[in-house]
Design a protein around this ligand. Structure first.
Ligand SMILES: Cc1cc2nc3c(=O)[nH]c(=O)nc-3n(C[C@H](O)[C@H](O)[C@H](O)COP(=O)(O)O)c2cc1C
Length: 428
């Protein structure tokens, strides 16, 4: 039994997580075309609840049906009707059937809304995602009243999930989605009080934290997923992240999850983007290399005292234990391994040494075409293809109750594209 991993964690609001392992948010694509949770989501989260994590985060739940991160997202854009209330409650019941926590990740995809969902998504400013492939449309800058409406909806969504039996919420402010776009001077060129200096760029996030806290009360966990940096020249840097973390602490947030990167610079997955990675000023440890953001969390701990969850790259139990023992992480987030090994936390708690690294085996290109990985553009596009493999595993778990890890990336891409097409047709 791992002593470090099996310790409980009590949050500032008073809630207690039974151990230090959490399943990170992973978009499932398993809702109906209208954004209602389904029996497939219940099956998937039932498996994860059986898997031993102290806390499960849902995939991103959207507050606007026109700003999905992909078709099949759950959408709560208004006070739920009876059908939504029932579907949310059944989902929460399945996801907490072993007494673990289940938190809703609440989000708005902003300019990273796929073009097939919305060719003109709303964003802080009209700055398009800088990726080849035509996946994203030309964004339109939000009016101030539209920002207020989004702030209100985060509160409505938080109240709805609390009512349904979720045990916490997380506001998604990382990975280049709307709130992360507000934080970055590259995607936020506004000249009003939501743009310019950092205090203004963080305003939408802090207003949302206040709206969510008012909706759920003082005793309910409210977390934020935040980039340690965007790792882009002129983007949201580590010093900015530390300052925002201090404001979040002052605003009464219970936990900050540290990640990093955007679609343009997919550091969250440990993948290099098309641009040079912008180096950040943080002391590098030599021992915890596999975990992408532990050094950032460790440095952040000098200035904030609320618990930090760190996600990205953790595969060896020893690394997780070291991160916890060093005081850098209070909670370890696990993503990709959970797409196949749904009971990874239970296995680690019982002493499993290392989780599988699917990311090292998967390739968009067959062996004889692997030289194509040398092209930055192709490699970046291949990252999206590989994501489809994980999406396909989640789909298999939801529909059949088991993963299919021997599926090829190509077959997974076809499967997911077919499912997306059906969901899109169902929206019209
Ligand atoms: C299939 C998949 C879906 C994801 N969806 C989300 C999401 O909805 N919200 C989010 O914050 N991060 C999302 N992520 C990022 C993960 O939460 C996590 O930060 C990332 O996978 C790194 O952790 P890992 O190395 O343990 O996989 C997703 C990652 C994957 C692989």
């Amino acid at each position: 039994m791992s002593e470090q991993l099996s310790k409980s964690l009590t949050l500032p609001c008073g809630a207690t997580l039974s151990n230090r392992l959490a399943k990170a948010a992973m978009t499932e694509g398993l809702a109906t075309a209208q954004g209602l949770p389904t029996a497939e989501l219940e099956r998937l989260y039932g498996l994860w609840s059986d898997g031993g994590a102290g806390m499960l985060l849902s995939g991103n739940i959207q507050v606007d049906a026109d700003h999905l991160e992909r078709p099949g997202n759950v959408v709560i854009d208004r006070e739920p009707d009876a059908a939504m209330r029932k579907a949310l409650a059944s989902w929460a019941q399945a996801a907490t059937r072993n007494g673990n926590h289940f938190w809703a990740q609440i989000s708005h995809a902003g300019r990273q809304t796929q073009k097939i969902v919305n060719p003109h998504p709303k964003a802080p400013s009209a700055v398009k995602v800088g990726l080849p492939g035509g996946q994203f449309g030309e964004p339109v800058a939000l009016a101030v009243e539209e920002i207020s409406e989004i702030v209100r909806r985060f509160g409505v969504c938080a109240a709805a999930v609390k009512e349904a039996g979720f045990t916490g919420v997380q506001i998604h402010s990382a990975h280049g989605y709307l709130l992360s776009e507000f934080l970055s001077p590259r995607s936020n060129l506004r000249s009003d009080h939501y743009g310019g200096k950092l205090e203004n760029r963080a305003r939408a996030l802090l207003e949302i934290v206040a709206s969510v806290r008012a909706a759920v009360g003082p005793a309910f966990p409210v977390a934020v997923k935040l980039n340690s940096a965007d790792f882009q020249k002129g983007g949201f840097a580590f010093e900015d992240s530390v300052q925002v973390a201090q404001w979040l602490e002052a605003a009464g947030v219970d936990l900050i999850e540290i990640s990093g990167g955007t679609y343009e610079q997919p550091k969250l997955l440990g993948v290099e983007g098309m641009e040079e990675e912008e180096p950040q000023h943080v002391k590098q440890s030599t021992t915890m290399r596999e975990a992408y953001f532990v050094d950032f969390a460790l440095a952040m701990k000098d200035t904030v005292s609320i618990p930090l969850m760190v996600t990205g790259g953790f595969r060896k139990r020893e690394m997780m234990e070291q991160a916890l023992a060093s005081g850098g992480a209070d909670l370890v987030g696990l993503g990709r391994p959970m797409c196949v090994v749904t009971d990874a936390p239970a296995q680690l708690l019982q002493g499993l040494v290392e989780l599988p690294r699917y990311e090292n085996q998967l390739s968009m290109f067959p062996g004889w075409l692997s030289f194509l990985n040398h092209s930055k553009t192709l490699r970046t596009l291949a990252t999206f293809g590989i994501q489809y493999w994980y999406y396909a595993q989640l789909d298999e778990l939801g529909r059949k109750g088991r993963a299919t890890p021997d599926m090829s990336v190509f077959a997974a891409t076809r499967l997911v594209m077919g499912l997306q097409k059906k969901l899109l047709a169902g929206r019209r």
